[in-house]
Design a protein around this ligand. Structure first.
Ligand SMILES: C[S@@+](CC[C@H](N)C(=O)[O-])C[C@H]1O[C@@H](n2cnc3c(N)ncnc32)[C@H](O)[C@@H]1O
Length: 354
């Protein structure tokens, strides 16, 4: 019997190599066999019908978050979107998102509007390196991710675990040495797609320490999306640093979205440990003062945060801090705390100065 490689089958069937590997590992390609680390496929095998659930397809050219990120605002987009102040004209002069994280709102804004000037920042240097690499060096990043993906998907559970731990150790070595390049960016994406729940957590020494997740066929390289993201970010200022550095960019023509680390709703909830830098109550109040300064400059501002009244109806922390702004409470679908009884719908705050 004539056999061909997964790469050749991908070309023949006009699908990605990853898709061929997934189909083979799901037992849907008649006669496919794993030889060592690679699938071989009978030359005359038929392309299996696509049994994937059809989810809403991304419109051509649209960009979406390329990482899973704790506190991601995917679910709140329809509420936050009501505040996009220039919806009619589909044009925004300046957009700033100083706590960008996974960028759910950023990409929503960029998919719906043309924006002349963009400023995004985050205190997480490895995250910002990934944004910069996608903007400036997407080809190298994509070829690294493709290689990692085809290498990883054919491995058995033990070999995957070994590969994950090696990638994590290499990521931490680069992080410790302050090396921020395409390799570090590819490891950031690889770890995010294969780790437990897409978490980003570091220990006291600053080492990323999330264990491996249990995904069967994680998508490590979404080439189309990375290219779309790269295109959308070509004119973006991408800054690693404190949100206050955005002050020089923001003026009366700027629409600003602030999504700081949540104020924890319970004493045990630990939503704030994204990086080595904690965001405690005094930081939340500093942000409220900063917002007031930008309000005085004439910027249009939206801020989101957790609603302390979910757990204590007498807690007026944000009502006091933002007493000069408008505060709306919107229902969100997240849990207060995995170990708590208080599950289900809770409110989040949307605070605006317009
Ligand atoms: C709630 S997350 C943002 C989530 C984002 N909106 C999304 O959709 O994925 C908060 C982000 O703020 C960043 N951060 C924490 N302290 C910061 C600071 N002082 N300045 C800038 N960014 C900070 C964290 O690294 C994290 O990515």
């Amino acid at each position: 019997m004539d056999l061909i490689s997964a790469k050749d089958a991908a070309q023949k069937w006009n699908i990605s190599q990853r898709r061929v590997i997934v189909l083979c590992s799901e037992g849907r390609v008649l006669g496919a066999q794993l030889v060592g680390n690679s699938w071989v496929i009978p030359k005359n095998a038929e392309k299996p019908a696509d049994a994937r659930t059809k989810t809403a397809k991304t419109k051509t050219g649209e960009a979406k978050p390329f990482l899973k990120w704790v506190g991601g605002k995917g679910q709140l987009l329809s509420e936050i979107g009501k505040y996009y102040p220039f919806a009619e004209k589909k044009h925004i002069k300046k957009y700033a998102e100083p706590f960008v994280g996974g960028g759910a709102v950023l990409f929503d804004v960029l998919n719906k509007h043309s924006v002349d000037e963009i400023y995004i920042s985050d205190i997480n240097a490895e995250l910002i390196n990934t944004y910069i690499t996608i903007r400036d060096n997407s080809d190298e990043l994509i070829s690294r991710l493709k290689a990692m993906e085809s290498d990883y998907l054919v491995k058995d559970a033990d070999a995957r675990k070994k590969a994950y731990l090696e990638a994590r150790a290499r990521f931490n070595a680069l992080k410790r040495d302050g090396i921020r390049d395409a390799e570090a960016a590819s490891l950031m994406i690889f770890l995010n797609r294969t780790c437990f729940n897409g978490l980003y957590r570091v220990n006291k020494a600053g080492d990323y320490n999330v264990p491996m997740g249990a995904y069967k066929n994680p998508q490590i390289c979404n080439e189309d999306n990375l290219l779309n993201v790269s295109k959308k970010l070509q004119n973006a200022n991408i800054v690693c640093g404190d949100y206050k550095d955005s002050a020089s960019f923001i003026d009366d023509k700027t629409f600003v979205y602030f999504d700081p680390p949540y104020r924890p709703l319970t004493k045990t909830a630990n939503f704030t440990s994204y990086t080595e830098h904690l965001f405690d109550d005094s930081k939340q109040l500093e942000l409220a003062n900063f917002v007031q300064d930008l309000d005085n400059k004439g910027a249009l501002i939206v801020i989101s945060n957790s609603d302390p009244k979910n757990t204590d109806e007498n807690d007026n922390f944000f009502d006091d801090a933002y007493s000069k702004q408008n505060i709306r409470r919107v229902a969100a679908n997240r849990m207060i705390n995995r170990n708590s009884d208080a599950r289900g719908k809770i409110n989040e705050l949307l605070i605006t100065n317009f």
